[in-house]
Design a protein around this ligand. Structure first.
Ligand SMILES: Cc1cc2nc3c(=O)[nH]c(=O)nc-3n(C[C@H](O)[C@H](O)[C@H](O)COP(=O)(O)O)c2cc1C
Length: 351
């Protein structure tokens, strides 16, 4: 399969992984201006905020890259029992550590679905849309495709890749088990835990669209290996967490750089959804407590205050330190420099 450079109109078939809470418009622009595809995450944000971020990115680059959505359905009702159970737990966790926590009632939550963001994407003439956590509804896919928008979905299993290809996406991200951040999984009842080495060739064999490798991509040899296994592009994420343009706190950046191969794990403790991050006190204590999870949107909102406090005051023990198994290869520096080092010396046309 030809590499994705011509499809996405970029110089290098390398996508900066969208990372909600970490990726800034400046990071997207730095990568896009360096010949890769920056991706701006707007999953769960209000259309207003999403529009502002897209416009900011457009002001920094004439090749604004992709915009990334969360394609899951928002539940109509909040599970009160789950909400109260999690709040009781978080209140007690915070009190024991003299950290702030404010209780909320079900009526105070407002969640935004990807559907509410589509008008903004079309108004801003976004040309490439990637998504995770599912397949957008057929009417949304048609609206975007009618406007010539290129669609990139995320798969963590062969069945998910086939579902995305059948729905009409133009490319599929194969997200391996080693990848940092949330699993994009949306189909299997049991969480797919397939490593990229096994996932990539199986997805490449199963779908006709180009496949983009995500998980552990940090340098030339990992890029070459991915192409050898059937990738037409790569999408590193963790590599950009310690970049100058990243929104991560210094403690988070330092933890990523210092991470050993065994320092990350999958956890539901922060958001109720499975995600890979560096082990810390919140993860360990919450898992050991047996409190379980609330529905993703609720759970994620309930821990948001604690995580924001951790970011602002640099308390990494309560921050979701999302990172992949190859985190220790990441280094500080400008995103453009990180990108240049990554692609240096690779003849992509020969891969
Ligand atoms: C901090 C962080 C946040 C992430 N947020 C998103 C997101 O908002 N949307 C998405 O599609 N993927 C998200 N991901 C996954 C990345 O886009 C990318 O696929 C993944 O990081 C690749 O694996 P690596 O971290 O081993 O490079 C996130 C990853 C990290 C590390």
């Amino acid at each position: 399969m030809k590499n994705i450079s011509s499809l996405l109109r970029i110089q290098y078939p390398v996508i900066q992984g969208p990372m909600l809470g970490v990726t800034s418009p400046e990071m997207v622009a730095a990568v896009s201006n360096s010949g890769g595809l920056g991706s701006l995450p707007i999953g769960g944000l209000s259309p207003d905020v999403a529009g502002q971020l897209i416009r900011k990115t457009k002001s920094l680059t004439s090749s604004p890259g992709a915009v990334n959505l969360f394609a899951h359905a928002i539940p109509e009702r909040i599970d009160e029992a789950g909400l109260q159970r999690m709040q009781d737990y978080l209140e007690s966790y915070a009190r024991q550590r003299s950290l702030p926590f404010s209780r909320r009632t079900a009526g105070e939550f407002r969640f935004y679905s990807y559907r509410e963001q589509i008008d903004t994407l079309l108004e801003e003439d976004v040309r490439i849309v990637s998504f995770t956590f599912g397949v957008p509804a057929p009417d949304v896919i048609s609206r975007l495709k009618d406007r010539g928008v290129i669609l990139i979905g995320t798969a963590t299993s062969v069945a998910e890749a086939v579902a995305l290809a059948d729905a009409g996406v133009d490319a599929v991200v194969a997200q391996g088990y080693e990848a940092g951040g949330h699993r994009g999984s949306f189909l299997e009842p049991d969480l797919p835990q397939v490593g990229l080495f096994a996932l990539l060739p199986q997805i490449a064999d199963a779908v006709a669209v180009p496949v983009i490798a995500a998980g552990g991509i940090v340098d030339g040899r990992t890029i070459r290996a991915a192409f050898q296994l059937g990738a037409s592009g790569v999408q590193p994420g963790t590599l950009f967490v310690p970049s100058t343009e990243s929104l991560a706190s210094e403690g988070y950046k330092d933890a990523v750089i210092a991470a050993r191969d065994t320092d990350t794990q999958l956890t539901q403790a922060f958001t109720g959804r499975w995600a890979r991050g560096i082990r810390n006190d919140f993860m360990r204590t919450t898992e050991a407590s047996g409190v379980g999870t609330a529905e993703y949107n609720v759970h994620n909102s309930l821990t948001a205050g604690l995580r924001a406090h951790g970011r602002t005051n640099d308390v990494p023990d309560v921050v979701s330190l999302w990172a992949g198994q190859h985190a220790g290869k990441a280094r500080k520096g400008g995103a453009a420099e990180i990108f240049r080092n990554l692609v240096a010396g690779i003849d992509f046309d020969a891969l």
